[in-house]
Design a protein around this ligand. Structure first.
Ligand code: ADE
Length: 250
């Protein structure tokens, strides 16, 4: 997959994209991520990219022409490129949207800035607008990183089998179970006995139960659409009647 990111601040993206799993995926050729400086597409000696809004009010608005120049260059006529503007007024980005985007051959992520982007960019140049949550960032750069990260880790070969994306929180619509590593006792708190038992069946059942319990406790909204086994449904009915996870442990 190829991901092109358009920004006025390439430095906000380059270092994070060179590190860790994303950096390795790029080095191995599993994803081709390119960062484009919007200013290079602005005309004139001063390469102006923003202007005050018509109608008054504070702040600066990104002008449409430099964005049009870079988007047109990245999307030749007839090509299959999905162009996404990052902004707080967009559709909510979720794990389901990450899976949807991971199926595309090419994405262009456009980072909004300042007080906004000329509305004609949304109307005529981009396919859709995405928001990473109900809060306002100073610009779309952190959001573009979030989208690039969540999408890249779903691409074949990026994660090893061990921590493949199938085990994730949200893979089945539930939060992940708690995890522990050494030491066995930390500040007086031990590791649940079952995890040290070596009994893979019991461990799997404990993890399934704790995943459901944690979701019930922290994100009950997710249970409205989660895909539950008959046993999980029975546990959930128990939680609704006031039982806790420990009531179901053997
Ligand atoms: N730009 C500013 N705020 C944003 C948000 N919540 N999501 C995506 N892009 C943004």
């Amino acid at each position: 997959m190829r991901i092109d990111i358009v920004t006025l601040f390439p430095g906000m993206l380059e270092a994070p994209l060179a590190e860790s799993i994303l950096g390795r995926a790029r080095a191995r050729g599993l994803v081709d991520i390119r960062v484009h400086d919007l200013r290079e597409h602005a005309e004139g000696r001063h390469r102006v990219t923003d202007e005050p809004p018509f109608g008054g009010g504070g702040g600066m608005i990104l002008k449409p022409e430099p964005l049009a120049a870079v988007i047109d260059a990245l999307r030749p006529a007839g090509s299959s490129v999905r162009v996404i503007l990052l902004g707080p007024a967009g559709r909510r980005f979720t794990q389901a949207v990450a899976h949807e985007l991971a199926r595309e051959p090419r994405l262009v992520l456009v980072c909004g800035r300042y007080e906004g982007v000329d509305e004609r960019v949304s109307e005529t140049l981009v396919d859709e607008e995405l928001s990473i949550g109900d809060y306002v960032l100073t610009g779309g750069e952190p959001a573009a990183l979030v989208v690039a990260d969540a999408v890249t880790r779903l691409l074949p070969g990026v994660l090893g089998d061990e921590n493949a994306a199938g085990h994730d929180s949200f893979a089945r619509g539930l939060l992940e179970h708690p995890q522990y590593t050494r030491p066995e006792v930390f500040r007086g708190v031990g590791v649940p006995e079952v995890l040290r038992s070596g009994d893979h069946g019991r461990i799997a059942r404990w993890r399934q139960l704790m995943s459901l319990w944690r979701t019930w406790q922290r994100r009950p909204d997710l249970l409205e659409t989660a895909d539950l086994t008959p046993e999980e449904q029975k546990w959930l009915d128990g939680f609704r009647q006031g039982r806790t996870a420990s009531d179901f442990l053997d």
